[in-house]
Ligand binder design. Sequence first.
Ligand code: AMP
Length: 217
Amino acid sequence: MRIIVLGSPGVGKGTYTQELVKRINLPHISTGDLFRMHIKQKSDLGKQVQIYLDSGDLVPDELVIFMVEKRLAQEDCQKGYVLDGFPRTFAQAEALAKVTNLDIAIHFIADDQIVIDRLSGRIICKSCNRIFHEKNIVPKQEGICDDCGGELYRREDDKPDVIKDRIIRYREKVAPLISYYQQKGILKELLINEDFGEHKEAIMAKIQEVLNLNKLK
Ligand code: AMP
């Protein structure tokens, strides 16, 4: 199954996808995570994209498309994947349509204030990228990842002034993609305002239901 997850930064799509891929055993391809890995490794791509990630600007299409096409061609993606953070522009959506047939696009939605709270309290594992939240998904031991023991950190672009810009930019660029996938007949919208920490199973049931419904079509 080839799935993409759409939604504003902070809507929770990374958290839901991390849990979903454990249950359906597909690779989780997050373009943001891939860029952060390149930056950490100081690769050529990492050096080129650092400035965009720090400011919250979108990385130019050709760099993102090149990276994603390379990743999707790998062996583990042949049975399907969950693509998170891509596409974010029309050009990216068209490039993706040329190399793959998607089964479903899930559009996650949450109220504005919830999105801002989720981003400003987000903490992430430096090693495995697992997402926590200072109030809603609290790690057992402060500053340490429950899964791998890695160090937890806050992203540079999760600072309040950058957060607002990222959300505005998302609305301008990604909103047209929602109608693009609606027209293709593969869009499913999911409103999730509940905290993942408290309502994990109910949230995952909603997501799995949407996936099964689509499969039966
Ligand atoms: P994310 O982890 O999805 O919030 O992405 C973090 C940052 O990576 C974004 O603010 C962009 O700078 C960059 N990025 C991730 N995915 C894309 C994409 N599909 N197109 C352009 N830039 C991206």
